[in-house]
Design a protein around this ligand. Sequence first.
Ligand code: SF4
Length: 121
Amino acid sequence: MKRTFTCIVCPNSCEISVEIENGKILGIQGNRCIRGRDYVVQELTAPKRNFATSVLVEDGELPLCSVRLSSPIPKERIFDAMERIREIRVKAPVKAGEVLLEDLLGLGCDVIATKNVDSLK
Ligand code: SF4
């Protein structure tokens, strides 16, 4: 069986073809570097994703602060993670780079602010 992936590790977006038989990878083609091979192997065994979203800010000049994860999490935990992040309420001021939640769902990644939100004047 042949499967095709678009590598998302860098902007080159290589189209990578993988030949699989009985769950074994027989060959990988189209990747320009080893990271593409690693990406495909991870996609086939334990896919992970990172994402960005926002959290509610109390008493801030803006009602929301954008956030990202410090590292990718298993793809099947994304909805749980989004629900947990939706519960977060932070008090302004918030600084970009600040950890707003440590060890999200015990997955070993943190929720990090990517924007400054000052307090209401
Ligand atoms: S295979 Fe390498 S060069 Fe191609 S998109 Fe992936 S990381 Fe970038």
